[in-house]
Design a protein around this ligand. Sequence first.
Ligand code: SF4
Length: 267
Amino acid sequence: MAKITRSISAKKSGVPPVPKKVAEKGAKKTVKAAPKRVAKQPTKSKSLKPKPLKPKPWTPAEVHEAFSRFRKANPEPKGELEHLNPYTLLVAVVLSAQATDAGVNKATRALFAVADTPQKMLELGEEKVREYIKTIGLYRNKAKNVIALSEKLIAEFGGEVPRTRAEIETLPGAGRKTANVVLNMAYGEHTMAVDTHVFRVGNRTGLAPGNTPLEVELGLEKVIPPEFMLHAHHWLILHGRYTCLARKPRCEVCLINDLCRWPEKTV
Ligand code: SF4
């Protein structure tokens, strides 16, 4: 019965029947050539990895508590860049890019003694400025910027450091961070300058996580109560510089170790 059915089907479909020998040969070949089915081993797929838990955001009461502790420990925090007026502060901040405050201070003490205004800096000239700051990294470019920004201050701002971020950002060598430092330290504005320390502390603690300095800046501005904003920038810088160190944070002496959300904190 089965035989009959097969031949009818072949005829009906128009496919000539395969001779028995060839069919057997083909079948043998097929068996030989067929790859062994290997069960797929589970690879280290992303979906199997547990996703890192998002730290719980700080409550307003916790943020208030943290900054109250910073204030109690250091009521009047000061920046470590030496300066005599808004202009020398601006120059010092421009020189501090990729350099330490201590290194900048070493060079600017003598420079500011002879040039503490844009006019005096221009009279000194780029070559001499270069001599004063040659111990600081990228000093050639920085000397150029100091002269160019002094020229611009005289030409467009009456020799004064302007009071808006947008205007300061137009000065050669000055970016958003420079503008925020100057506005905060020279003019008492509630700005948040995010340097490497503030960026690290904002992310580690979970106070203001962000992928860019701007994200961290805006996050910190959002969560820190206005009563702390004048000094918040310095408290966070000093915390990052002396306690929440990049490689080996000193969690055991940290003022806010009970509030910090960093999963790797050592307390
Ligand atoms: S507990 Fe440790 S990681 Fe957290 S802020 Fe303090 S020093 Fe930094």
